[in-house]
Design a binder for this molecule. Structure first.
Ligand code: FAD
Length: 400
């Protein structure tokens, strides 16, 4: 019979297994995951699971009922696309169709390896190690004011810790948002009782302290590093699967890789977006939810006599819960797009629209979930917006 092997048992891998069955794949499905835990969802790791409000975030999927062979604690170390085998420590796993879904791995702070008290936040094991740190209500230094840094700082404050966030750029979220939008977010840190130090790099982390490039020394019972993630693709480096300069698997519009019958989805892969006219590497949950349906459809199509290919062209979406605010973003913007404010950044809720040639291409909503829902639809439609009307937060978002 035909055998589909999926490497990586996170959101994208699990959803691919589910989607294959939903779309009628009758062959074998083997799901290989490096972690020992039952496959689980990551967003709660910086929220409810971290705070101990939820014990775990395992997916509610019955693998046995789906006839999916789950191989946990098994790590892929290589791919021979010519012979169609994945190498793991347990031996070779042959495939007819392969899906790469190994996600991303957090970037470590240089020089911090082996220093006691330094943490990353990516896995359930990481979250479990951090729970007692929060319970200790000590002094915590967070390196990086990105999405993870902000969410971790929020949880640590809620737990009663004293928190300092160190950010090399001059504002939070410097890689994600323009200065005009992100700079006001610095106030969120302050209002939550978090000290935010921007424009300062970490020189060295030692046991019990963080030393900054400007000579300051911050005592730290624990250091949490959130300076980014890169695709977990090192095991593919000498394979027939081409990787981009960012380490992402270079998928095509159907999420196929450069090796025959090998697909890639989720945090490990970039894809050409027809909608935005550029290649996107999306490190958010919704992409790991939506991509697998496309992969499964193409796998099923390619195994038919009369294939009907499906292209992946989503409106990217993500959310973040930080400092008591619900932050949502849909679409993708560039530096040249016109920025329209809907409300004031000092308000409890506001939004920002990005227009390209008059059409809505992206939207950031803070505490305005209805704007997000409407905006997401308008972006998908390529709707044009009247900038003056969009600027009035009292008027629902509508196409011009
Ligand atoms: P992953 O979830 O990384 O899963 C990949 C799996 O593959 C892992 O279990 C890994 O162990 C396994 N693996 C890796 N290499 C190998 C190998 N060689 N062999 C076998 N297995 C391997 N997104 C949002 O939109 N909103 C949020 O609020 C949000 N919060 C987040 C909070 C945290 C703490 C984290 C870490 C992420 C958050 N995200 C959020 C991002 C979101 O969780 C990811 O985009 C999503 O998990 C990607 O799914 P994935 O399956 O592609 O990758």
């Amino acid at each position: 019979g035909w055998r589909a092997v999926i490497v990586g048992a996170g959101m994208a891998g699990v959803q691919t297994a589910v989607a294959l069955r939903e779309q009628g794949w009758a062959g074998e499905v083997v799901l290989i995951g490096a972690e020992q835990h039952q496959p689980y969802d990551r967003p709660p790791l910086s929220k409810a699971v971290l705070l101990g409000k939820a014990e775990h975030s395992a997916f509610d999927v019955d693998f046995e009922a789906l006839d999916v062979e789950l191989r946990l604690g098994e790590s892929a170390s290589g791919l021979d696309a010519g012979r169609r085998v994945v190498r793991t420590q347990a031996g070779e796993v042959p495939y007819d169709v392969l899906v790469l879904a190994t996600g991303a791995e957090p970037v470590a702070l240089p020089g911090s390896a082996g220093v006691p008290g330094v943490h990353l936040l990516r896995t359930l094991d990481d979250a479990e190690r951090l729970r007692p740190v929060l319970a200790g209500r000590g002094e915590i230094v967070v390196v990086g004011a990105g999405w993870i840094g902000a969410e971790f700082a929020t949880a640590a404050r809620e737990a009663g810790c004293s928190v300092t966030v160190v950010e090399a750029a001059d504002r939070p979220l410097a890689h994600a948002l323009p200065a005009e939008v992100a700079a006001p977010m610095a106030d969120w840190y302050e209002s939550a009782g978090v000290r935010l130090l921007t424009g300062t790099a970490v020189a060295r982390v030692v046991d019990g302290a963080v030393e900054l490039a400007d000579g300051r020394r911050l005592p730290a019972d624990a250091v949490v590093v959130g300076i980014g993630a890169r695709p977990a693709t090192r095991w593919l480096e000498s394979s027939a699967v081409d990787l981009g300069p960012d380490g992402a698997v270079l998928a095509d519009a159907r999420l196929r890789t450069t090796a025959p019958d090998v697909y890639a989805v989720g945090d490990c892969a970039s894809f050409p977006s027809a909608r935005y006219g550029e290649r996107l590497l999306v490190h958010h949950w919704d992409n790991a939810l939506q991509g697998p349906a496309t992969v499964a459809a193409n796998i099923v199509a390619d195994s038919c006599a009369d294939p009907a290919p499906v292209a992946y062209d989503p409106v990217p979406y993500f959310w973040s819960e930080q400092f008591g605010r619900f932050v949502q973003y849909a679409g993708h913007h560039g530096g040249a797009d016109e920025l329209v404010w809907r409300g004031e950044p000092a308000d409890a809720s506001w939004a920002v629209c990005w227009l390209r040639d008059g059409a809505l291409v992206a939207l950031l909503a803070v505490g305005r979930p209805r704007d997000l829902t409407q905006g997401r639809k308008l972006i998908a439609q390529g709707a044009r917006l009247d900038a003056a009307r969009a600027a009035d937060p009292a008027v629902p978002l509508k196409s011009a």
